[in-house]
Design a protein around this ligand. Structure first.
Ligand code: TXA
Ligand code: MG
Length: 318
């Protein structure tokens, strides 16, 4: 059920049920962080392994001290700059945060979402919300309420309607070693934006084999249709001449496209923010088109283009 009823959403959460809820990045599958019943349900409905921890969503920066401790100065600076917004901080957890949320880790992931309805919902509650992206394990993250409803239907109480997610890709996850900044997952805030504040930072990539950051699992966010990620579109087009192919591009229109090809351009005007916001929505759409393959062109490796490339590279893993 999709509904705009905030009071009903709050009531379900108070009753230790879970719901789909909107954020500016992607929809989340939310439950009371202090309810073992709700948290177990999130893991089971999402088919998520218990070793993969959840993000805690708080209503404002002042709530942070209830969740985390020993907060580095640089973390405070980043929170002031980017909250509410698509930035998740990995911080030492308070003992009151259940181990189930953090998969037994000493750190907790926490953020303030920048979405009016999410914030109104959090205001109504006297507990924060744990929420992973509202997709079954390994599938594309949802960027509208219908995606969530299609994925989970009656196995959750409701999806709180909040329109289309403006950022459209997950939050950027940042951790700390002392005052040193480490990016665990690239998302709605680009590497450049972080480096503007912190100077050069370390970006973990999948070669670093970080068991602590399952968000870095190489296969992730995948459509069901096989996806080919390429810097050489011409070559791929020749390879698949006779098949039904979807081409996902940034801003280049292909002339004389054969009939068995469909091209979707994410931002004709060449705006990476617009492209990022449409990425998952478009992959969801293309997944419904009975294509043989999706061929995704490499985006410019700057700003959110780097993030889009990262997501596409993962989605293309066999
Ligand atoms: O934008 C987002 O971050 C969305 C919305 C709903 O807030 N949430 C989201 O959650 O993407 P999820 O669970 O799909 O991805 C969170 C990632 C996971 O890969 C998890 O492993 C990592 O964050 N994570 C959470 N807590 C962690 C911790 N204590 N240490 C290391 N990684 C952690
Ligand atoms: Mg996810």
């Amino acid at each position: 059920m999709i509904s705009k009823d905030l009071d009903l959403a709050a009531k379900f959460l108070e009753e230790e049920e879970i719901i789909g809820f909107p954020t500016e990045t992607v929809y989340g599958l939310a439950g009371n962080i202090y309810s073992e019943k709700a948290i177990r349900k999130i893991f089971s409905v999402k088919e998520r392994p218990f070793y993969n921890p959840l993000i805690v969503h708080i209503k404002n920066g002042s709530e942070l001290e209830k969740i985390a401790t020993e907060i580095p100065e640089i973390a405070k600076t980043l929170a002031e700059k980017f909250w509410p917004g698509p930035l998740t901080l990995l911080l030492k957890k308070k003992s009151s945060v259940p181990d189930l949320i953090t998969a037994g880790k000493p750190t907790v992931a926490v953020r303030v979402p920048n979405h009016a309805i999410a914030l109104q919902l959090l205001e109504k509650l006297d507990f924060p919300l744990a929420a992973p992206s509202a997709n079954p394990f390994g599938r594309i993250s949802p960027t509208n309420a219908k995606h969530v409803d299609d994925y989970f239907g009656n196995s959750i109480k409701m999806v709180l309607e909040g329109g289309i997610c403006e950022t459209g890709i997950e939050s950027t996850i940042i951790g700390f070693e002392g005052e040193k900044v480490i990016i665990y997952r690239l998302g709605g805030i680009s590497l450049e934006e972080i480096e503007n504040i912190c100077g050069a930072v370390k970006l973990l990539n999948k070669d670093d084999k970080q068991p602590e950051a399952p968000g870095m699992l190489s296969k992730h966010y995948a459509p069901r249709t096989s996806l080919i990620f390429t810097e050489n579109l011409e070559k791929e087009l020749l390879r698949f001449q006779d098949q039904k192919i979807g081409v996902l591009s940034f801003n280049n229109t292909l002339e004389q496209l054969p009939e068995n090809f469909v091209q979707i351009i994410l931002s004709a005007e060449g705006n990476l923010k617009v492209a990022a916001a449409k990425l998952y929505e478009t992959l969801h759409q293309m997944d419904q088109m009975n294509l043989e393959h999706i061929i995704a062109e490499k985006f410019p490796e700057v700003g959110l283009g780097r993030v889009i490339n990262d997501k596409l590279r993962r989605a293309s893993q066999p």
